[in-house]
Design a protein around this ligand. Structure first.
Ligand code: HEC
Length: 123
């Protein structure tokens, strides 16, 4: 539980610093996407690199691919063991929300999640 609280705290610190850096050089869509991304950050991390090894990193992915993926989750076309989480989250998103979020996550620098590298190190 302690580790969890510490990581929540550091996530908050990263969010604040990344918001400040991001505000300087982003398109209108990317900025709006950032504003809409609070709910996504709980699973995909504050900058699109997930703290959970079984959740995907989405930072720096092709924006058009992200858009297609989000539409497919929303319509229920994209299924699988974990797709239900994304189905639920995307029900409230409009096409414009999806475009903004795709622009935002596509603009971020790709990264490896801590959990994934830990798993790789113990192999
Ligand atoms: C409750 C946790 C959770 C939340 C909240 C969440 N996601 Fe996800 N997301 C997942 C999981 C788990 C997957 C993998 C689903 C699968 O297996 O298809 C995923 C998959 C994705 C993918 C597909 C990645 C790929 O490589 O194909 C995109 C894009 C995505 N999420 C974007 C978002 C956005 C944008 C939001 C906010 C609107 C969001 N997610 C909120 C857990 C979450």
């Amino acid at each position: 539980m302690t580790a969890f609280s510490v990581s929540r705290f550091s996530i908050a610190a990263v969010v604040v610093s990344s918001l400040a850096a991001f505000a300087q050089a982003a398109s209108a869509d990317e900025k709006t996407g950032l504003e809409k991304s609070a709910i996504c950050a709980s699973c995909h991390g504050p900058v699109g690199v997930s703290p959970v090894p079984t959740y995907p990193n989405i930072a720096g992915q092709n924006p058009l691919y992200l858009e297609y993926a989000l539409r497919q989750y929303r319509s229920g076309e994209r299924g699988g063991e974990q797709a239900g989480m994304m189905y639920t989250v995307t029900q409230a998103l409009s096409d414009t929300d999806i475009r903004d979020l795709a622009a935002y996550y596509g603009s971020l620098t790709p990264g490896r999640s801590y959990g994934t590298s830990m798993a790789a190190e113990t192999r």
